[in-house]
Write a protein that binds this ligand. Structure first.
Ligand SMILES: NC(=O)C1=CN([C@@H]2O[C@H](COP(=O)(O)OP(=O)(O)OC[C@H]3O[C@@H](n4cnc5c(N)ncnc54)[C@H](O)[C@@H]3O)[C@@H](O)[C@H]2O)[C@@H](O)CC1
Ligand SMILES: Nc1ncnc2c1ncn2[C@@H]1O[C@H](COP(=O)(O)OP(=O)(O)O)[C@@H](O)[C@H]1O
Ligand SMILES: [K+]
Length: 514
């Protein structure tokens, strides 16, 4: 229980500091905590970078307790028989950091200039942690930029130095870490898009924070890191009764496609099919019928009247009530506004993607808020940042996660903000709850990946799973399948068709390869 709270909660610098203060006030000596943390970092470093292959280690030590942690690590690596050197660009340090520096010196560990470090096999970055207060400038900035050019593996303690703990922005410059060992709770900034190119392989080093202190500081907590492996185990395969029938497993309606964007309809259908949905209906402009049937023979194709330019002209007298969920928007084109409005006005659980979002955006923010608040069943919006800004232009300049949470507070919709660090925010009585997907791959950055995802979410939603769980589970399944495929086929090989075809083989692999 303690581990599950601390392994998922995401904290800001001030929250982390408040938790540490509670630990210290309760009697844990500061020096003892530093020792414990640094020993655990050393253990992990030893597993990842064994003495034999990494005998020469350079330690970058700052003036605060991040530097103190690094100096304890320096001492331990020295005792393992490694050749350790310490570089510190600061004349003054906090008292505990200073005494660790003195002890390291007494052991004969040399304090060196930057020029002495390029022959190291490994660098440990303890310049700044969550105490970074302003932009990095001067000699430290020059040192960071120089080190980044060396191609030596760098292990950053707590955060890559220069990354802002809360918003993840680069404060002047920042270390480009190979591995980041985040201490205690996940820091908010580490899970942002802006920090992602600097963080490398991110892992957490626990130091057994008592749950009561986490609860005291985080209270009604709102920001969580998804655990992808737990999420897959919890949600898949979606179970079904042995005496079930097809209409009990969910009937999804896709309102998708136009002559211009016919493929999006097929990709969404492929994503939906992979979820094991009982019935799949696809409303498309009637000229697309032969091609859709050829690709998705198991779907019920509803050929709708078509405009001259090849869009769905109307859903005619389609009874939306018979569907457990609707995914609307993939490849619909921009002229499909009346269709989108009709679907939003229904009381069906709804996924709105791509041109569905563009149609919604054309209503203007006040009407968007009114329309979405009026709905009495769940709606999931799946914008990337560009679509998000079209929907909420007043939030364009606001930091990504904050903008997302504001939009969810205003609309009461579930919003899945796509990107390298997809975040899913859900309205809740206690405020907005936000989950961040911590693992993905740039292999997904190609046209059509999002159509597959929209179909998957609809398929899961139609099977009676909540909007929150459907959005999170689909996001994780989509990105983990892409990671798995990129390992086999390189990042070039994860086209959306291959991705959709491998959703089920990946689940099979993830269940058996444990
Ligand atoms: N107390 C402990 O024993 C523990 C320490 N931890 C470590 O302590 C760190 C936080 O320590 P601190 O609060 O001392 O802060 P940091 O070590 O992150 O750095 C702050 C120091 O750098 C200076 N500074 C800030 N911005 C600067 C800039 N742009 N240029 C130059 N100097 C700048 C500050 O004046 C301060 O002296 C954590 O990140 C973590 O590594 C904890 O994780 C675990 C428990
Ligand atoms: N750099 C990246 N790293 C990880 N995932 C990415 C990256 N870029 C895009 N993605 C993912 O790829 C998908 C792209 O969806 P979207 O932008 O809607 O494309 P399309 O509309 O062409 O299908 C989203 O799930 C998004 O999170
Ligand atoms: K650091």
């Amino acid at each position: 229980m303690i581990e599950s709270l601390s392994s998922q909660a995401i904290a800001t610098a001030s929250q982390m500091q408040a938790i540490e203060n509670l630990i210290f006030q309760a009697g844990m000596p500061v020096a003892a905590l530093m020792e414990k943390v640094a020993i655990r970092i050393t253990q992990r470093l030893t597993e990842l970078y064994p003495v034999q292959s990494h005998p020469h280690v350079g330690i970058l030590a700052g003036s605060g307790h991040n530097g103190g942690d690094a100096l304890v690590v320096a001492r331990e690596l020295h005792h393992q028989g490694r050749q350790v050197k310490i570089y510190t660009p600061f004349a003054k340090s906090k008292p505990l950091t200073r005494v660790h520096g003195c002890y390291a010196k007494s052991l004969g560990i040399p304090f060196v200039s930057l020029e002495a470090l390029p022959d190291c096999d490994l660098l440990i970055d303890g310049l700044f942690g969550f105490g970074l207060a302003r932009d990095v400038v001067g000699d430290v900035a020059i040192a960071i930029n120089t080190i980044n050019n060396w191609q030596i593996p760098i292990g950053s303690i707590d955060l890559p130095s220069g990354i802002h703990t809360d918003h993840g922005g680069v404060m002047g410059t920042a270390i480009q870490a190979t591995s980041t060992f985040c201490l205690g709770l996940w820091k908010r900034g580490l899970l942002t898009e802006s920090a992602t190119p600097y963080v490398g392989n991110l892992e957490r080093i626990s130091f057994d924070i008592p749950e009561k202190f986490i609860l005291q500081v985080l209270g009604e907590h709102h920001l969580w890191r998804i655990n992808p492996q737990q999420c897959l185990l919890k949600n898949f395969p979606i179970s079904r009764s042995v005496i079930t029938h097809k209409y009990e497993i969910g009937h999804l309606l896709l309102v998708v496609g136009s002559q211009k964007y016919g493929g999006a309809a097929i990709l969404a259908a492929m994503g939906a099919k992979a979820t094991g949905i009982g019935m799949l209906s696809i409303a498309i402009p009637n000229s697309l019928k032969p091609i859709i049937l050829a690709q998705v023979p198991d779907a019920l194709v509803i050929d709708c009247p078509e405009t001259e330019s090849g869009e769905i002209a109307s859903l005619a007298d389609l009874d939306l009530q018979k569907y457990q969920a609707i995914t609307c928007g993939c490849g619909l084109s921009l002229d499909a506004f009346p269709i989108v409005e009709q679907v939003i006005n229904s009381d069906r659980p709804l996924v709105l993607d791509a041109d569905g979002l563009n149609a919604l955006a054309s209503m203007g923010k006040a009407q968007i808020i009114e329309k979405l608040n009026q709905r009495n069943s769940s709606i999931i919006l799946t914008p990337h940042w560009g679509e998000f800004c079209r929907l909420f232009p007043d939030l364009r300049e606001v930091e990504r996660l904050e903008a997302l949470q504001t939009a969810v507070n205003q609309t009461k919709a579930t919003i899945l903000l796509k990107g390298a660090r997809t975040a899913i925010a859900v309205p809740d009585e206690a405020g907005t709850q936000t989950w961040i997907n911590p693992e993905s791959t740039p292999a997904l950055a190609r046209g059509g990946s999002g159509d597959v995802l929209a179909g998957m979410i609809g398929g899961i939603l139609a099977q009676g799973i909540s909007a929150k769980d459907a959005a999170i589970a689909a996001t994780v399944w989509h990105s983990q399948t892409a990671i798995w495929l990129a390992k086999q086929r390189t990042e070039m090989g994860v086209d959306p068709v291959t991705l959709a075809q491998n959703l089920l083989p990946f689940l099979q692999f993830s269940k058996t390869d444990k």
